[in-house]
Design a protein around this ligand. Sequence first.
Ligand SMILES: CC(C)(COP(=O)(O)OP(=O)(O)OC[C@H]1O[C@@H](n2cnc3c(N)ncnc32)[C@H](O)[C@@H]1OP(=O)(O)O)[C@@H](O)C(=O)NCCC(=O)NCCS
Length: 149
Amino acid sequence: MILGWVRSADDALGWAELPFLRIGPQVFEQWHVEPGVVPCVGWLEGELCAYGQVWEDPVEREAEVTRVIVATDLRGRGVGRTFARLLASEAIRRGFGVVVARTTRPNRTAFACFRAAGFVRMDRADEVAMNLDQSDDYVWLQSAPAPDV
Ligand SMILES: CC(C)(COP(=O)(O)OP(=O)(O)OC[C@H]1O[C@@H](n2cnc3c(N)ncnc32)[C@H](O)[C@@H]1OP(=O)(O)O)[C@@H](O)C(=O)NCCC(=O)NCCS
């Protein structure tokens, strides 16, 4: 079902950083055995509406919200924003004080989604440091505490 939400090359790259033709059930098999990967799903009125992951990095004492995807028909209605916020809350519940997220530079929708979920963009120096051991020049954001926390 979730795989059916990947409708375009941009979806595939934005979600999994993979070409469209390499999206298949094996992505879950590979991801879900990786240490520190916590897969999560969102439900709306009894229907699966979103999938995403929390990556736990106990060494850096940091968690990342990633691989978020929303059911195609439900996009643009606030599901991604709410789900990303819930994933950040889950990371905090698991004991992580720092929760980050990243997007590829062209993925303006994902950036808007994380911003709407309360993440703020890191300054450029931090972003450069975060990208030192990465294969791409990602845009990085950090979850800001909710006003009522
Ligand atoms: C990115 C994604 C998860 C966003 O989910 P969504 O439910 O459509 O997002 P929301 O409706 O909650 O919108 C969140 C913000 O993004 C903005 N947004 C939504 N769709 C947009 C679009 N097509 N272009 C630009 N901005 C967009 C909204 O305006 C909102 O910002 P605002 O509150 O400041 O107005 C969804 O588009 C998706 O599944 N994309 C494919 C997979 C992907 O790229 N995942 C990112 C992995 S990091």
